[in-house]
Design a protein around this ligand. Structure first.
Ligand SMILES: *Cc1c(COP(=O)(O)O)cnc(C)c1O
Length: 435
């Protein structure tokens, strides 16, 4: 690092409190100060490039400094940056709501905007509970979650997150609800069997306690923060059937899986289902600006449609439907449309599969798997603090990777070239040997 980069890192440790970080561990291993970024590359103050293989926490789809997104935000800024969305509206928010509804599974025609993923989870939870309570079913106040599920870290969202490390310290604050077995097979278990066990448990829970359940919340097809655990669409199809039959909402948290990450625009498409609530964020602005959205049905919307304010859905964020963020999201949807991104990604995904093959031959790599534009594997004999050691070894070799425990994953912007992807695989193999 240059003197300038080192100086920003030092000042950062004094002035900032970094997310999901034990600050003391930064004493010997300071954060990397990034000066600029372009395409899939982050650059430090010495001009050294690092391939952003985790898309800056899963948000970046079309590269940094993307000229089309840059231009859309700049143009929007000259017209309107922000206006509150209570009592006012604006073109980018309306256009985005209309276009999301047209792209999403059928029947999700009402968009409620917020600013980040966790807020989208909060909104879906509150809306679901409030909807049942408006219909006189006040006992329906609990939420079923999946083992290893992740839905954000605000107090309500953490209540339906099932990652022990994140929950433990805050347990007394959290809403308790039933935890169902994950449909994703782990450690080489049989995927079909795991899925059947998960479905049987869901069915039993619904038969027993549907009267007190507002919703089941799931990450469709890939449980991200829980270790990139993947499962087949069959679970979603059956879960939709069962929840509908038992009058329990289905919340599809596509904050990570949405916008093409699993190979289709939304993961729910692969099971041909429509949830009652679809939560979107992360890739929605291509990694530019914070924005999230919950799409829901006429049935839910109509439940709140009444004369009194007290009957309304009572929730707001200052930056709800920020115009710059909506303009970025519209530019992202334009790119999807004009570049035929979903079709192109099908080919890209199979090229990535071929390029990732050398990983399978490494003696310490197990469980190599792919779902669309996500590739993940475990590293055997990882040893203590593997994730940190591996991330440093990767960074020293010009790639940004942040393992979850012993799970290493690739989730780069869709725009990485085949050469860049091959570079990623080659450097990953070196980092495994070094860590
Ligand atoms: C990241 C994530 C969230 C939380 O989003 P934030 O913007 O980080 O609050 C929720 N659910 C899933 C599936 C996520 O991957």
């Amino acid at each position: 690092m240059t003197v300038e980069g080192a100086d920003w890192a030092r000042r950062s440790l004094r002035a900032l409190w970094h997310p999901c970080t034990q600050m003391k561990l930064h004493e010997d291993d300071p954060p990397l100060a990034i000066a600029r970024a372009a395409g899939p590359w982050l650059y430090d103050f010495a001009g050294r490039g690092y391939l952003d293989a985790v898309a800056s926490w899963w948000v970046n789809l079309f590269g940094h400094a993307n000229p089309r997104i840059d231009a859309a935000i700049a143009a929007q800024m000259r017209e309107l940056s922000h206006v509150m969305l209570a009592g006012f509206t604006h073109r980018p928010a309306v256009m985005l709501a209309e276009r999301l509804a047209a792209l999403a599974p059928p029947g999700l025609g009402h968009a409620f905007f917020a600013s980040d993923g966790a807020s989208a989870t909060e909104i879906a939870l509150k809306m679901s509970f409030h909807c049942w309570s408006r219909r006189g079913q006040r006992a329906k106040s609990r939420f079923a979650r999946l083992g290893g599920g992740y839905h954000g870290e605000t107090v309500g969202a953490l209540g339906v997150t099932d990652v022990a490390l994140f929950r433990e310290a805050y347990a007394p604050l959290l809403h308790e609800g039933p935890v169902l077995p994950s449909p994703a097979a782990r450690d080489g278990a049989d995927p079909e069997a795991a899925l059947d066990v998960a479905l049987a448990a869901l069915e039993a829970l619904l038969e027993r306690s549907a009267g007190e359940l507002a919703a089941l919340i799931v990450e469709p097809l890939v449980q991200g923060a829980g270790g990139m655990a993947m499962y087949a669409p069959r679970y979603l199809a059956r879960a939709r059937e069962l929840t509908a039959r038992h009058d329990v909402h289905l919340i599809a948290d596509e904050i990570m899986t949405g916008f093409g990450r699993t190979g289709t625009m939304f993961a729910c498409e692969q099971a041909a289902i429509a949830p009652d609530f679809l939560c979107l964020s992360k890739g929605i602005t291509g990694g530019y600006l914070p924005l999230s959205c919950v799409l829901t049905t006429d049935r839910v919307f109509d439940t709140f449609y009444a004369d009194g304010v007290a009957q309304a859905f009572l929730h707001s964020h200052s930056y709800t439907g920020n115009a710059l963020a909506c303009a970025a999201a519209l530019a992202v949807l334009d790119i999807f449309e004009h570049d035929g991104v979903i079709a192109a990604n099908r080919e890209r995904a199979s090229r990535w599969r071929m390029l990732a093959r050398p990983l399978a031959d490494h003696p310490r790599v197990r469980g190599l798997r792919q779902c669309g534009m996500i590739i993940a594997f475990e590293v055997g004999a990882a040893g203590p603090r593997f994730a940190r050691r591996f991330a440093s070894a990767a960074l020293a070799r010009g790639i940004v990777l942040r393992p979850i425990g012993d799970t290493v994953y690739f989730m780069p912007p869709y725009t990485v070239t085949d050469d860049e992807f091959a570079f990623l695989v080659e450097r990953t193999l070196l980092a495994i040997d070094a860590a």
